[in-house]
Design a protein around this ligand. Structure first.
Ligand SMILES: Cc1ncc(COP(=O)(O)O)c(C=O)c1O
Length: 367
């Protein structure tokens, strides 16, 4: 592979890129955390330094999202996938009441499967599978059970590139959201949610840590037979050091949140950038005379993951290879869907999107 050394833009959907500054600061911290004498790789979890890292990271997330005081923020392990299990284990107290799931794509399909392992009273309030997960419902297309223990949905389906514009309206029923792929890409009203969970490796850091934001009153009724490590309460009591936390991964989240606060200047700017990045690519797709075919219907397009196809898999492979030759990587679609996917997580600069746009225009001209 010959790459254009001037550019390297990583559009990968699974693990996102990180800003150069964050990678540089993380490298420095492997030698020594500024102001300390110790590498970020060997910080003891009972030390004051660890407490300071956790506290500042939590405070930065609170500031960025304006998280109300009656919510706790946890740093856990096990990825977003473990939350598929922990949510029903912790929040589904009375099995006579149903839990409600919105099935809008690959990841929410995974989530509901884990709920069924906790009980059979699981109601799918809407399922987009028949339409090959190309659209999301409008509020009149689904009903929420008034006595549901909670409603679970995924705000941004990473694989198909479908994004809910606003949180589901669930009235008094607890809303639980997998926000793994669009967390901190726009302001959200946290008070609408019972739980928000998100793994770090797309928008806020490196793999290894999962952030859970949970409304404190939901902790009151967690069944006592939940295994300790899977029970939110010990983690809250011990402020995320019930057991050894992934300190280096959390340190990278700290660097990312500092970058979002100080360099990007907050989530309104991130949201504006996300819009401009995604629009640049959708514009190419829409004006390509069907050369590029978007997966999601227009109203539900994600600003974070853009999934599309070309006329054949051969042409798609050529597209991916040619892109690599000019320093664009990570465009392979998810293995379940194939095609192309370009991901615009927080770290992707607008220039990256414009560079990809230009490549797409040239590729179309040539083929
Ligand atoms: C929206 C969403 N939820 C959950 C997951 C699974 O995350 P993890 O690999 O951290 O378990 C992913 C993975 O990409 C995802 O995009």
């Amino acid at each position: 592979m010959t790459t254009d050394k001037k550019h390297l833009y990583n559009f990968s959907g699974g693990v996102g890129a990180l800003p150069e500054k964050v990678i540089f600061d993380a490298q420095q911290a492997i030698k020594k955390i500024p102001g300390s004498n110790i590498s970020a790789l060997v910080v003891n979890h009972r030390s004051q330094l660890c407490r300071d890292i956790l506290d500042e990271t939590e405070q930065n997330i609170r500031t960025l999202l304006d998280v109300p005081n009656n919510y706790s923020i946890l740093f856990l392990q096990g990825g977003a996938s473990l939350q598929f299990t922990m949510i029903p284990m912790n929040l589904w107290i009375d099995k006579k009441c149903p839990v409600n799931y919105m099935v809008s794509g690959y990841w929410s399909t995974k989530a509901i499967k884990e709920a069924f392992k906790e009980g059979s009273n699981v109601k799918t309030i809407w399922n987009g599978e028949a339409q090959n997960f190309t659209k999301l419902p409008t509020p009149d297309e689904y009903n929420i059970d008034k006595n549901a223990a909670y409603v679970h949905y995924c705000s941004n389906e990473t694989v198909e590139g479908l994004q809910f514009a606003t949180p589901l309206e669930t009235g008094d029923v607890t809303l639980v959201c997998d926000m793994s792929s669009d967390f901190l890409t726009r302001p959200v009203d946290v008070s609408k949610f019972g739980v928000i969970y998100v793994h770090a490796q797309k928008n806020i850091g490196a793999a290894g840590v999962t952030v859970v934001i949970i409304r404190n009153d939901l902790l009151d009724n967690i069944p006592d037979n939940v295994p300790t490590i899977l029970d939110y309460r010990p983690h809250i009591k011990m402020q995320s050091i019930y057991n050894t936390p992934p300190i280096f991964a959390i340190y990278v989240v700290l660097l990312m949140t500092r970058w979002l606060l100080n360099d990007v200047n907050g989530l309104l700017n991130v949201a504006d950038l996300s819009k401009r990045k995604a629009e640049a690519i959708y514009d190419v797709i829409d004006n390509s005379n069907n050369f590029y075919r978007g997966h999601a219907q227009k109203e539900n397009r994600s600003l974070i993951n853009v999934a599309f196809n070309l006329s054949s898999s051969e042409l798609e492979n050529k597209f991916i290879e040619d892109a690599k030759n000019v320093g664009i990587i990570g465009l392979e679609g998810h293995r379940s869907l194939g095609g192309i996917r370009a991901s615009f997580y927080t770290s992707m600069p607008l220039e990256g999107a414009l560079y990809l746009k230009n490549f797409m225009l040239n590729f179309q001209k040539n083929y």
